[in-house]
Design a protein around this ligand. Structure first.
Ligand SMILES: [Zn+2]
Length: 218
């Protein structure tokens, strides 16, 4: 049995996974903890409660996906969208608290691995997964292997520069893909077009999309 954890800017989600099936879930707030240690304590406590809630075989390992996470080091590196603006060695901190091996990875890479092993990418040796939300993430599987690069941060499509004189990005540069096609970017496009053509309708995200999973933006 494996514990999967997704660290988000607002909420962190836990799932107990057995043969690729999520059999129990929990969530805690990412914000509002005194520091990274207090957050990790709360996360470990939620994990213990989740494990105790079910009569299951013992926990074997923990897999964590987080923004700005480096799989080679097990460290969340100064994530701009998380409360801690410094390096957090979360893999080691969770392994210490739960007494099992823990692996940390970039959240888009974790999504790519999940789709590859259990989702839409099953059976393929080459695969690209793009995650669209507050930011833009991507994970590449090439020749049957997740691509990490020498420093652990390969394949970041969100910060590929589309326009060198373009919009400011949260990474400090200009014109990144993320500055246009993320939720933040689409809202900015809406605001810019509204300023030119006059306002109508509602900004994206201020009402529910008509169909979950719909690729059409009205
Ligand atoms: Zn950028």
């Amino acid at each position: 049995m494996i514990l999967g954890i997704d660290i988000g800017g607002t909420t962190s989600k836990l799932g107990l996974v057995h043969h690729g099936q999520v059999i129990a879930r929990a969530r805690i707030a990412t914000e509002g903890h005194a520091d990274d240690r207090a957050f990790t304590d709360a996360l470990a406590q939620a994990a213990h409660e989740l494990i105790r809630s079910k009569d299951l075989p013992p926990l074997q390992a923990v897999g964590i996906g987080a923004p700005n996470a480096n799989q080679l080091t097990g460290i969340i590196e100064m994530a701009p969208n998380l409360p801690w603006k410094y390096d957090v060695p979360l893999a080691r901190m969770m392994a210490d608290r739960l007494g099992v091996p823990a692996v940390l990875g970039n959240d888009a890479n974790a999504a790519a691995l999940g789709e590859w092993r259990y989702g839409a990418g099953q059976g393929f040796r080459d695969l690209l997964v793009v995650t669209l939300g507050t930011g833009v993430g991507s994970g590449f599987i090439v020749n049957g292997q997740l691509v990490l690069g020498s420093a652990g941060n390969a394949g970041e499509l969100g910060h590929v520069i589309m326009d060198v004189n373009g919009r400011a990005c949260t990474c400090g540069r200009r014109g990144c893909l993320e500055a246009y096609v993320s939720i933040r970017g689409m809202r900015q496009t809406y605001a810019e077009l509204s300023a030119v053509h006059g306002r109508s309708g509602h900004p994206i995200g201020h009402r529910r999309a008509p169909h979950r999973g719909s690729s059409t933006i009205r």
